[in-house]
Design a protein around this ligand. Structure first.
Ligand SMILES: Nc1ncnc2c1ncn2[C@@H]1O[C@H](COP(=O)(O)OP(=O)(O)OP(=O)(O)O)[C@@H](O)[C@H]1O
Ligand SMILES: [Mg+2]
Length: 332
């Protein structure tokens, strides 16, 4: 697999969408270009940022993350750029900011969409010139820092609303990387499950758990609003709560079962229209998405018909031979 070849084994997933991400990481790692990592919450944006740093010539230098959404507005400037002694009440000694700490390495500006507009203009200068002054200082400090940023916000909307500077956006997104949501790469769910099962079973010192086949189906019908983080948390919980050696449908939390049930029961209704599928901001891989929809519908038809192929075929408006051909296609 490309992720193993490139030495970033900690990112799991073999879907075409993730292969695209690995390819981009590989192509940007060697350069000093600024990268904007986008994607929904829990998709692995920080993991991608760390992987870019670890695969870059700066790997032996610091990787300094800053969560722009978690630091109060009054403190963020000093946090990023440092301050001189006496610059404000409480500044009892001179302190280096995160940009100085990252010198020679990489700074990761997480949740960049939350950065207050007054700081955005100061950041713009650093992105352009790699120069700044500490709060209360007049000496200009130059640094050699690679900048990576991440957001789960739609920055285009923030620009339209006037809360994010367009010039900063273009400076940051020299190379955008979209990390796809889990619901758009259903065939990664099982590999991720197995990876986390191994991780948590080892940690808890228990034998590996198997996954019952109806559990797999249920997981593929769920929408995963918390993405990989939610899946990881689920497996950690299961590694504590499941007593036998197999995860069964009864072990799954109710919201997960009811969500998947909903999608199965609404399917035959007329509600399923092309308009109900919306194009995500990062775009999709049409071919693999259509394949995933096809596979998911085939699995659901098989489930509803209790495995009777002719019945499943008629639920999909196919004749039995075409249905079996499709099954063969997906078993490769
Ligand atoms: N492809 C993946 N393979 C293995 N682990 C993953 C993968 N994607 C995410 N994870 C794990 O899921 C958790 C969430 O990932 P991460 O913190 O990178 O997400 P994020 O996109 O930064 O989320 P947020 O927007 O909420 O900050 C982490 O524990 C991370 O290691
Ligand atoms: Mg994050």
């Amino acid at each position: 697999m490309l992720n193993e070849l490139k030495g970033f084994k900690q990112i799991i997933g073999e879907s075409p969408q993730m292969l695209k991400v690995y390819n981009l990481i590989d192509r940007v790692a060697d350069s000093d270009s600024t990268v904007l990592i986008r994607g929904d919450s829990g998709t692995g944006k920080e993991l991608v940022a760390r992987t870019i740093h670890n695969s870059s010539p700066r790997a032996s230098k610091p990787f300094v993350p800053v969560n722009c959404g978690a630091i109060p507005k009054d403190l963020i400037e000093s946090e990023l750029f440092g301050h001189e002694k006496g610059a404000f009440t409480g500044a009892i000694s001179t302190r280096a900011g995160r940009f100085e700490l990252a010198n020679g390495g990489t700074i990761f500006l997480d949740e960049i969409g939350e950065l207050h507009p007054s700081l955005q203009v100061k950041l713009l200068r650093v992105v352009q010139e790699r120069e700044f002054e500490r709060v209360g200082g007049c000496k200009t400090i130059s640094v050699d820092v690679r900048i990576l940023a991440a957001t789960n916000r739609n920055l285009e909307t923030s620009i339209a609303e006037g809360t994010f500077r367009e010039d900063l956006f273009y400076r940051l997104s020299v190379i955008p990387i979209y990390v796809p949501s889990l619901k758009n790469r259903l065939n990664d769910i099982e590999v991720l499950m197995n990876y986390f099962i191994e991780k948590y079973c080892k940690k808890k010192g228990r034998p590996m758990m198997e996954i019952a086949s109806d559990v797999k189906e249920c997981l593929c019908c769920y929408s995963w609003p918390g993405n990989v983080r939610e899946l990881e948390n689920l497996v950690e919980r299961l590694s504590i709560l499941v007593e036998g050696d197999t995860i069964t449908i009864d072990d799954l939390p109710d919201h997960l079962k009811s969500d998947s049930l909903k999608s199965v029961t609404t399917l035959p209704s007329t509600k399923l229209t092309p308009e109900s599928v919306t194009l995500p901001i990062e775009g999709i891989d049409l071919h693999s998405f259509i394949n995933e929809i096809e596979l998911s519908l085939i699995n659901q038809a098989l489930k509803t018909s209790a495995g009777v192929k002719s019945k499943a075929a008629s639920l999909l408006g196919l004749n039995r031979t075409t249905f079996i051909e499709k099954l063969k296609k997906f078993s490769h």
